[in-house]
Design a protein around this ligand. Structure first.
Ligand code: NAD
Length: 489
């Protein structure tokens, strides 16, 4: 396992020699120590990324970059099983989920390899102008050096959502993974080394938020900041970007609503509701953590939901048959249990709410369901980022929409109904960047990802993810042989 920073194609020790512990959330045991990058390390990494950009990566063809991205995908594919196990040890998630994440990460590199190749054909597209003395062509040029800061819930997948489109666009990267889950990002750096990716094109700096993330977001040599994480950190990144008007994109938190109408199939609803909140221990930005159920179906649905929730097998992610692993860290465990305590004052606890009796170590929490929280309660309004679902009932379609949209977040939402016209109407009325109809959470690399309101700025994935790292340039030419004739008559 790697335990150094990857800067300019070299494995290097941190400038001040500091390290931090990476723990296994299923046991709290040490996995390994990882370098704590400082301002100096960040400076070296940004400098290396700038040189790599100027040395040719920024001017290379999309076809060339597509080849590198495919090679990265091949390299990750060759180590797919080991990467999935490492992800479980680092993050805690059940192995099948980790296997899915790694396959998605590989798919993401392949997808952007294709988009990089397609970009060549889009370069220098003529733009029709209303004055035929002029011609105009449009270029899509890389943004430069990208500083990329990611969270811990999908470690390698979040890295690939950032790195793959940036490299496809011709940008160079300084990636800072979360201090809680840095291990697979270091493996990505290893893959870059093994394929001989030109030095400095991808730099991976592990470190703490304020000591490494802060200097990266403030560095004047960074042209673009791409951040995924919490709203408070997003606000800091935004003010750091303001100092020298950096290009930014922010993927922040959520408190997404799931509306279930009376005519929905109860069994299908129960399954999607559970997937929407218990998948990845509920540590999902788009988790549908606010359930709105129409009155006529509410009792039956809640009975089935509670029943199935109690059956979920909880344990270490590497154990066979486990569907709910530990939360990522002691801090997250405490935070979620604290919100549950608060919830006991604000709503009716239907199931869960504590550490499972059979798991005395590790950061485990039972899947938890609360009913009827007050409109202004914390558990209804704030992101918990754990396996905690809050349920409210509604009467009419208009009520459901109003309640769903009454949030400072706008990342995702889901609606379930047998009446597809109604579902489409509600989907159009939801103030969220992602809306699922008759399901919750399926995510495709091809489709845009991102939120409205305080859930963020910009979109990742799909062609929008590539545009994040491109600057649009017009080249306008005066073609007439006639003088312009403004000053010189
Ligand atoms: P976080 O904001 O605590 O940390 C995210 C990253 O920012 C980490 O790498 C951290 O080291 C770094 N960081 C912390 N302080 C910093 C600072 N002052 N300057 C620069 N960088 C700093 O978030 P988290 O706890 O890692 O992740 C959970 C949050 O991420 C949740 O709110 C979740 O909704 C959000 N999230 C959003 C999406 C999305 O696509 N919208 C996806 C995943 C997670």
């Amino acid at each position: 396992m790697r335990d150094q920073l990857y800067i300019n194609g070299q494995w290097v020790r941190p400038d001040l020699g500091g390290y931090f512990d990476v723990l296994d959330p299923a046991s709290g045991d040490l996995i390994q120590r990882v370098p704590a990058a400082t301002e100096e390390d960040i400076d070296h990494a940004v400098h290396a990324a700038r040189q790599a950009f100027n040395r040719g990566w920024g001017q290379s063809s999309g076809a060339e970059r597509g080849g590198w991205l495919d090679a990265l995908a091949d390299e990750l594919e060759g180590r797919q099983d080991a990467l999935a196990v490492l992800e479980v040890r680092d993050n805690g998630k059940p192995l099948p989920e980790a296997q899915w994440d790694i396959a998605d990460a590989i798919g993401c590199f392949r997808y952007y390899a294709e988009l990089a190749r397609e970009l060549d054909a889009r370069q220098d597209e003529p733009l029709a102008l209303p004055d035929d003395r002029f011609s105009c062509r449009i270029r899509h040029e890389p943004v430069g050096v990208a500083g990329q800061i990611i969270p811990w819930n999908y470690p390698l997948l979040m890295a690939s959502w950032k790195v793959a489109p940036a490299l496809a666009a011709g940008a160079t990267c300084v990636l800072k993974p979360s201090e809680l889950t840095p291990l697979t990002a270091l493996e990505l750096a290893s893959a870059a080394e093994r394929i001989g990716l030109p030095s400095g094109v991808l730099n991976v700096v592990t470190g703490l938020g304020s000591e490494a993330g802060g200097p990266l977001s403030q560095h004047p040599g960074v042209d673009k900041l791409a951040f995924t994480g919490s709203v408070p950190t997003g606000a800091k990144i935004m003010s750091a970007a303001a100092a020298d008007i950096k290009n930014i994109s922010l993927e922040l938190g959520g408190k997404s609503a799931f509306i279930v109408f009376d005519d929905a199939d109860v069994e299908a609803a129960v399954e999607w509701i559970m997937f929407g909140i218990f998948w990845n221990q509920g540590q999902v930005c788009s988790a549908t953590s606010r359930l709105l159920v129409q009155e006529g179906i509410a009792q039956r649905l809640l009975e089935r939901l509670v029943d199935e929730t109690r059956r979920i097998s909880i344990g270490p992610g590497l154990e066979r048959g486990v569907l709910l692993g530990p939360l990522v860290s002691a801090g997250q465990h405490q935070k979620v249990l604290g919100m549950i305590e608060q919830g006991r004052q604000e709503a009716t606890l239907l199931t869960g709410g504590k550490r499972p009796a059979h798991l005395s170590h590790g950061y485990f929490v039972e899947p938890t369901v609360f009913a009827d929280p007050a409109d202004n309660s914390r558990i209804w309004r704030e992101e918990i980022f754990g396996p905690v679902l809050c349920v409210k009932r509604f009467k009419t379609e208009a009520d459901a929409l109003r309640m769903a949209n009454d949030s400072r977040f706008g990342l995702a939402a889901a609606v379930m109904s047998a009446d597809l016209d109604r579902a489409a109407r509600v989907a159009n009325g939801l103030r969220a960047g992602i809306v699922w109809v008759n399901c919750s959470q399926p995510t495709f690399t091809q489709a845009p990802w991102g939120g409205m309101k305080q859930s963020g700025i910009g979109r990742e994935l799909g062609r929008w993810g590539l545009e994040n790292y491109l600057e649009v340039k017009q080249v306008t030419e005066y073609r007439s042989t006639e003088p312009w004739g403004w000053y010189l008559k």
